[in-house]
Ligand binder design. Structure first.
Ligand code: ADP
Ligand code: MG
Length: 682
């Protein structure tokens, strides 16, 4: 017997070259191989009479060879072999291209099982290059449900299939980690059966059951992991905040808070008054006013003699927060400082000394705040802004740093509730589902290429009125095949031929961070009229003067992403617009983008995105910050996900500390999952 941890090179037929190809799929060990799940199946179990074969639909059929295969040499590099076959319903001509030796194995007068599709565009029946097996050979490519694996260059489905089957034959699949009672209750296959069935199912139904089991398992492990993190945190103690009076803070605000902001602040105040560290996510659409919620939390921390750290993903955002918050909080006696890379070493040293001596209360910076050598005198609250790209593992690293600090995470990505539970299951969630009053929604239009001239005119008009425009393109480099407007090329075209008199600048993800920030900073300062960018601008920079967002090839983006992009405008007093440019006529695609034109409610859009694309894609598109789900690329239903969450919650409550082998194995898997996530995210 081999072990799961053995390298795949112990398998027959896998030498250094093949191993390299498998490595491209992240497959190194037998376990990796066994966990390389098919992405689809072809049902080749049913035999269909030739007469009933439908054009272009591949199917299996049994037929007798009616003549000896004949090969014609057409020209250099092209041989065509033809052979007639028949069953009791019809005759069929098979054509093989450059497969002389394969085709000539077909023997006159014998029966074979074939798998292929009749072509729709010939008179009479014709089929190109079917696969076939004789009746007495084992069913490898016909008479079975054939798994279709994710592949990579040079690696055929057949070689993956062969390797997986070999692996399953010489070692046991991963051990059972799901408790018996859970499997019973949710109708879940045992592990061993599932691992065999996912790779060699006897029917499509069995493949479905196997898939369900593995998906359930992965989500169960993940949810259980989150519950354990939560439970571990609940054992930590902090001294409860006693001064919870916010009236001075409210009085200092230039506006009344929304109901949602008030609710979130109350929830935070309640968390802070308990003796355990807060772990809260504030989720709210762009512009819903998360910063004020953060400010209230910081105010409470400072009232209770603690320091607070506010971390933004970029220096520009940090600066923005600093300027906003110092204006609001310093009249209240709170000392606010900004720690960024642009300080001189001397300034930095001085500021660090102040932080260590508790001569400043609220320190704003980037994530480097917690990773560098900054020592806080009394860090009581960590606030992380725009952290939808943050994973569970990184979050725990954050709070492990401070001594039992409170943690407040703010995210502008609306996530449907079910998924939020999964992604943020280790956090309590406050939702800001209300925009401050008087905000005019961004008008959104879907247009095609025929509007180009009008669109250019519209951009010009916005600029003439003193406003600025974003133009977002899907990719950085020109892709002729897809005819996408790569940002670089598009920026050049706009500058040289369309708007030679305007200031067009370019921002893309392959630029260095400093360069990006400089360009973004210049745009925010009004030094450019049109900013052509890839999606790097998705994360929240505030340019209230920008009133137009043009998204080229909008169909290439997910709904939630489009919504995020749209959120870059409509932040000032002037009316703002979002123009989706697409020539994709696919009705589903059109429906998707029209949904965006009809609503500006991020949560509704997220729900719609989830409904249209399924959770697999939803996760896929924001994979970073999430654990690496092996099954996430299998399609699955939300019900399985909900079941797994419920089951894990029940199980943790009932027997989370059980000493059974399954419970041990489960805990071990949880550790692996979170470790794996952390490694791939760093
Ligand atoms: P978010 O971070 O959620 O995208 P911000 O906190 O940046 O949103 O707030 C967006 C804008 O709305 C800011 O200019 C802020 O001052 C303003 N704002 C926040 N709350 C309110 C409110 N209750 N009433 C009016 N304006 C508000
Ligand atoms: Mg914000």
């Amino acid at each position: 017997m081999a072990r799961l941890s053995d390298p795949i090179t112990i398998l027959k037929g896998i030498g250094p070259t093949k191993a390299k190809q498998f490595a491209a799929l992240n497959i190194f060990t037998l376990e990796d191989l066994i966990c390389h799940f098919p992405r689809a199946y072809e049902d080749r179990t049913k035999l269909i009479p030739i007469e009933k074969l439908e054009p272009d639909v591949p199917a299996c059929f049994k037929a007798m060879v009616m003549n000896a295969p004949r090969t014609s040499h057409i020209r250099k590099g092209l041989d065509i072999t033809k052979v007639q076959v028949a069953d009791h319903t019809a005759r069929l001509t098979l054509t093989f291209f450059n497969q002389k030796y394969t085709a000539e194995q077909l023997q006159y007068g014998r029966e074979y099982i074939f798998y292929g599709a009749v072509s729709g565009d010939f008179i009479g029946y014709n089929m190109a290059s079917p696969v076939f097996e004789s009746l007495d050979s084992p069913p490898l490519t016909t008479r079975r449900v054939l798994p279709v694996y994710p592949l990579t260059a040079g690696l055929s489905n057949a070689s993956v299939l062969k390797a997986v089957q070999q692996a399953l034959a010489i070692c046991d699949p991963p051990v059972e980690i799901l408790p018996e009672e859970v499997r019973q209750e949710y109708g879940i296959l045992p592990a061993e059966q599932a691992y065999y069935a996912i790779h060699q199912p006897s029917s499509m139904e069995e493949a479905e059951l196997a898939k369900k089991r593995l998906i359930f398992e992965e989500f169960f492990v993940f949810s259980a992991g989150l519950s354990l993190i939560r439970a571990a945190r609940a054992t930590k103690t902090v001294s409860p905040y006693e001064k919870l009076d916010l009236s001075a803070f409210y009085d200092a605000l230039p506006f009344t808070l929304t109901g949602a902001q008030n609710r979130a602040i109350e929830e935070i105040a309640t968390d802070l008054s308990r003796g355990t560290p807060m772990n809260r996510l504030v989720q709210g659409d762009v512009g819903s006013g998360k910063t004020m919620v953060a400010a209230a939390a910081a105010y409470l921390a400072v009232q209770n003699s603690q320091q607070a750290a506010l971390m933004a993903p970029t220096e520009i955002l940090a600066e923005q927060h600093f300027h906003g918050l110092i204006k609001l909080l310093s009249p209240l006696g709170i000392r606010v400082s900004l720690l960024t890379g642009s300080l001189t070493p001397k300034q930095k040293k001085l500021l660090r000394e102040q932080i260590a001596a508790h001569e400043t209360d609220l320190i704003i910076g980037t994530h480097a705040l917690l990773t560098d050598s900054t020592a806080f005198a009394r860090l009581g609250l960590v606030i992380a802004d725009e952290q939808h790209r943050f994973g569970v593992a990184q979050r725990s690293a954050l709070t492990d740093k401070g001594v039992n600090t409170h943690l407040l995470v703010m995210s502008a990505t609306p996530i449907p509730r079910t998924l939020a539970l999964l992604m943020y299951g280790d956090l309590d969630v406050s939702i800001l589902d209300e925009l401050p009053p008087g905000r005019e929604p961004v008008d959104t239009f879907l247009v095609n290429e025929s509007y180009r001239t009008r669109l250019n005119g519209f951009i010009r008009k916005q600029v003439a009125e003193g406003h600025q425009c974003f133009v977002v393109c899907p990719a950085v480099e020109e892709n002729e095949m897809l005819n996408l407007k790569a940002a670089e090329v598009w920026a050049e075209t706009l500058q040289k031929t369309v708007f030679p008199d305007l200031r067009v600048s370019l921002l893309h993800g392959q630029m260095k961070a400093a360069e990006k920030e400089a360009i973004m900073g210049d745009f925010a300062a009004g030094k450019a009229d049109v900013l052509v960018a890839t999606t790097v601008i998705e994360v929240g920079v505030d340019v209230p003067n920008a009133t137009l967002m043009v998204i080229e090839d909008a169909d290439r983006f997910g709904l939630s992403q489009l919504h995020q992009l749209r959120g870059r405008v409509g932040r000032g007093k002037a009316k703002s617009y979002c123009i989706l440019v697409s020539h994709n006529k696919n009705p589903d695609t059109q429906q998707r983008m029209k949904a965006l034109c009809q609503t500006t409610d991020g949560f509704r859009i997220a729900e719609e995105d989830l409904r249209l694309r399924g959770p697999g894609d939803f996760f896929g598109s924001r994979q970073s910050g999430l654990p690496v789900f092996r099954v996430a690329n299998l399609s699955y239903d939300l019900q399985t996900l909900k079941d797994a969450q419920q089951a894990s919650a029940q199980w943790i409550n009932r027997s989370g500390t059980a000493q059974t082998p399954e419970a041990e194995a489960l805990r071990c898997r949880i550790g692996q999952l979170f470790l794996r996530s952390q490694n791939t995210m760093n």
